[in-house]
Design a protein around this ligand. Structure first.
Ligand code: F6P
Length: 545
């Protein structure tokens, strides 16, 4: 039995030995050979909700994949999927169900019928507001149409909506522009305000709890900006909407009930873009576009729920994560979209993966002896090629990559540019796998006119070992539905990994301590006598308080 001084072992369901042996073998194998194996190809091309996954370029032989799939069956995680739909208390430490799938559902489990009704009526209210703002029926205090929406929120109340609004730029409506302000650093809001008019700007205060320092501070500053510009106190309500579970705090801020949409405890912040927290998305792309986003996620939900293990895309991504993290000891994972408008995707996925699964104790509160979430990072291609791809090709870390491609180059306004982009992405995935040996490196130098002895000395620096794993995810066009499906795919991958690790993917206690300390240090910066540690004290001393 595990005691508090003995960390819990990896929950292996009897597969530890076989998986460890295969991992040692596959680590020494060839990604290219594995990828050419007909069994690998048969087993590694998956499709779901408009997305194709090619998971063939990995340090994972077909028999290892079979063992991983057996491990998944033995673990019971497939049976646990239903808990994301039926209102079970999955978030045990906060005693809450986890129902973000309900936000995009067409119907509900009977146990959560009232929650479903609340979602539907909230969607209808969102719709009314979006239509009213777009048509000019809800003008600002002076009667002018609202032209700019500013989402004030942070974490899940920012990252998802901001990323989606950016990703769906080609679908933006002409009626209004959408902006985001998250940081308590006043430079964030102050860099937005000069481009805005108080008469035509609407702020959405987006906060599940409405207790978040950054959001409350920025909301107060926004209100002051409006007042300073002459907006009468009595008309402030024309410039504020709010989304929160804390309806009372929104009302206390002075926002009338009609302007407040609810959120619910059963939606985690990082899973909330599908709720009214995504209001800014609906303003940007219209309510039809928002519903299309939900529909894409819904299609992925159905795949997650119904597809057999062998074809289940979120399960495959999760098993690859378990393979690399727990058997090949990778500590990092890169996501590289070859699509400029997905520039915020890695930041969104960081919260999704690292806040969900960056945990050190299991469900029972026992510390774990195995690794959990890796560091997730990335940026759009081709930009990263001129930066961190050096490490991917020649560094010493094992870093599996997810490449994301949008393949229908012909449908773009600049097919040539899109073909160049795709060629770059495909070549990076291939170069990671095939690399370049010393003889070829030397020959390429000689071909450039470099003397043979110098070429021999330089060649080791040009060697690219290759054999580095990646997955590719591709879709023809990044429509709202395709984006919704992609995000739901990563949500469900995160769910599976959390279940394999037997951790609670839906709480985030780790972020609380720094917040509490921040309040004490803020008081000290304002002159209150307090002593912390020499470094903190010295930095407080150097402050301007
Ligand atoms: O500090 C972390 C966190 O609680 C996230 O989980 C959440 O998305 C973010 O803060 C913002 O919280 P809220 O929406 O309540 O302002």
């Amino acid at each position: 039995m595990t005691t508090s001084s003995t960390p819990a072992p990896f929950p292996d369901y009897g597969f530890q030995q076989v998986l460890s042996q295969r991992a040692a073998r596959d680590r020494a194998g060839s990604v290219e050979q594995i990828s050419r194996d007909p069994d690998t190809r048969r087993l590694s091309l998956l499709s779901a909700a408009g997305w194709q996954l090619d998971a063939s370029r990995h340090l994972l032989q077909p028999d290892s994949l079979q063992s991983l799939l057996e491990f998944a069956h033995a673990s019971g995680v497939l049976d646990e999927r239903e808990a994301l739909f039926d209102g079970s208390t999955l978030n045990t430490t906060e005693d809450r169900p986890v129902l973000h799938t309900l936000l995009r559902s067409n119907n509900s489990h009977k146990a959560v019928a009232s929650e479903f009704a609340a979602v539907q009526s909230t969607l209808a209210r969102m719709d009314t507001w979006v239509t009213g703002i777009h048509s000019g029926d809800h003008p600002g205090y002076s009667g002018q149409r609202i032209t700019d929406i500013v989402n004030i929120g942070i974490g899940g109340s920012d990252l998802g909506p901001r990323m989606v609004v950016e990703a769906l730029k080609p679908y933006h409506r002409a009626e209004c522009r959408v902006h985001f302000c998250a940081n308590v650093d006043p430079d964030d809001l102050h860099s937005l305000l000069p481009g805005l008019s108080p008469e035509t700007t609407l702020f959405i205060i987006c906060s599940k709890t409405l207790r978040t320092e950054e959001t409350l501070y920025n909301a107060r500053r926004a209100r002051q900006w409006l007042l300073d510009a002459g907006v009468p106190q009595s008309a402030l309500y024309k410039h504020f909407l709010a989304v929160s579970t804390n309806l009372q705090a929104a009302a206390e801020f002075g926002i009338p009930a009609d302007n407040i949409l609810p959120m619910w405890d059963w939606v985690g912040g990082r899973y909330s873009l599908w709720s009214a927290i995504g209001w800014s998305i609906a303003f940007a792309i219209g309510m039809d576009g928002f519903r299309e986003l939900l529909a894409g996620a819904r299609e992925m939900d159905a795949h997650f729920r119904d597809a057999p293990a062998e074809q289940n895309m979120p399960l495959r991504l999760s098993l690859l994560e378990i393979w690399y993290v727990n058997f090949l000891h990778a500590q990092v994972h890169a996501v590289i979209p070859y699509y400029q408008h997905l520039t915020r995707l890695p930041a969104f996925l960081q919260q999704l993966s690292m806040e969900s699964n960056g945990k050190r104790v299991n469900h029972l509160g026992e510390s774990v002896s195995y690794a959990t979430a890796p560091v997730l990072w990335g940026d759009v291609g081709t930009n990263g090629q001129h930066s961190f791809h050096q490490l991917l090709h020649q560094g010493t870390l094992l870093c599996p990559v997810d490449f994301i491609f949008v393949t229908d180059t012909g449908s773009s306004v600049d097919p040539e540019g899109k073909r160049r982009l795709l060629a770059n992405g495909l070549s990076q995935a291939r170069a990671l796998m095939v690399g370049r040996n010393e003889a070829d490196s030397r020959a390429s130098l000689v071909a450039r006119g470099i003397a043979a002895d110098k070429a021999a000395a330089l060649a080791p620096h040009l060697v690219i070992p290759g054999n580095r794993p990646c997955s590719t995810l591709s879709t023809p066009v990044l429509s709202p539905a395709a984006l919704g499906a992609l995000l739901a795919l990563y949500e469900h991958k995160t769910f599976f990994s959390g279940r394999f690790w037997q951790i609670n993917s839906f709480d985030q206690w780790g972020v609380e301590l720094g917040k509490a300390m921040g309040a004490e240090i803020y008081a000290a910066l304002n002159g209150q006598i307090a002593s912390f540690d020499p470094s903190t004290d010295a930095l407080i001393e150097s402050g301007d308080a």
